[in-house]
Design a protein around this ligand. Structure first.
Ligand code: HPA
Length: 235
C-alpha cells in the first residue's frame, strides 16, 4: 500500500503512533524504548518504526516541521493505516514563568496558521487535546514527580521573522509554549474522531534566550517518550 507520502504495507502501523518532528528522534525512540522493532517507512527519510512496548504494539514516526507536514502524515496515518491515537513528542520555546526542561502537556493550541479557519467556515476553532490522554499523562507524571505542567500553547507558522508583537499577546493570554504543529494535529484528530496529545519539553526560553544543552534535550526526549508510551497504555 502506498499513500502519497508513506510507503508502508497495510497494517504496518500500530493504532498508537508517537510523533516526534525529527525522524532521527523517531529512530532513537524505537531503538531505545521499543522491542521487536521493524522499520515501516523510509519515504523522504521520514523514518517510521513499529515495535512493542510492554506487550503493546506501538509505532513511532517523524512528522517533519510545521502544521502542513505534520497534518499530511497524520491524515494518511489515520485514514489509510487506521491510526487512532497520536502523541506528539517535541520541543517548544518557553514564554513567561516556565523553566527550561519543564514538560508542557498542551491542553489547547492557539495558532497564527489559517488552516483551521479554512476547514471551519472562517471561524475560530478551539484546538484541544484529547481529555483521556491528557488525564492519563497528568496522572502518570504526577505519581512520578515528573516536571510537567498542563498549559495552553501556541503553534506558529513562522520560526524566523514572525509577528514581532506576538510575545506580548502570548504573555497576556498566559500561553507558556510556542511550537509549530499541535494546533493542526488537534484539529485534524477532532475532525477524524481520534485521540491526540502534544507533550513538549521547553528547550529554549523566548524572552531570556536561555537554551538546553544537547544532553539535556536528549534527557527531555527520553522522559517525554516514556511518558507518551505510558499514557498510551492507560488512555
Ligand atoms: N518557535 C517555534 N518552535 C519551536 C521553538 C520556537 O521558538 N522552540 C522549539 N520549537
Amino acid at each position: 500500500m502506498n499513500t502519497p507520502h508513506i510507503d508502508a504495507k497495510p497494517g504496518a502501523f500500530a493504532q498508537t503512533v508517537l510523533l516526534p518532528g525529527d525522524p532521527l528522534r523517531a529512530r532513537h525512540i524505537a531503538e531505545t524504548l521499543l522491542q521487536d522493532v521493524q522499520p515501516v517507512n523510509r519515504r523522504r527519510n521520514m523514518l517510521g518504526y513499529t515495535g512493542q512496548y510492554q506487550g503493546r504494539r506501538v509505532s513511532v514516526m517523524g512528522s517533519g516541521m510545521g502544521i502542513p507536514s505534520c497534518t499530511i502524515y497524520c491524515t494518511e496515518l489515520i485514514r489509510e493505516y487506521g491510526v487512532r491515537r497520536i502523541i506528539r513528542v517535541g520541543t517548544c520555546g518557553g514564554v513567561g514563568e516556565v523553566k527550561l526542561g519543564q514538560i508542557l502537556l498542551a491542553q489547547s493550541a492557539s495558532t497564527d496558521s489559517r488552516i483551521n479557519r479554512i476547514g471551519f467556515g472562517g471561524h475560530d476553532l478551539a484546538a484541544c487535546a484529547d481529555f483521556s490522554l491528557l488525564r492519563a499523562a497528568v496522572e502518570y507524571a504526577e505519581a512520578r514527580h515528573l516536571p510537567v505542567r498542563v498549559a495552553p500553547i501556541f503553534s506558529t507558522d513562522s520560526f524566523h521573522d514572525g509577528d514581532p508583537g506576538i510575545l506580548g499577546h502570548l504573555r497576556r493570554q498566559r500561553i507558556l509554549g510556542v511550537e509549530m504543529e499541535a494546533a493542526g494535529l488537534y484539529t485534524l484528530a477532532q475532525r477524524e474522531g481520534v485521540q491526540a496529545l502534544a507533550i513538549l519539553t521547553v528547550s529554549d526560553h523566548l524572552e531570556s534566550g536561555a537554551r538546553l544543552s544537547g544532553e539535556e534535550r536528549e534527557t527531555g526526549l527520553g522522559q517525554m517518550a516514556r511518558l507518551a508510551l505510558e499514557c498510551a497504555l492507560r488512555a
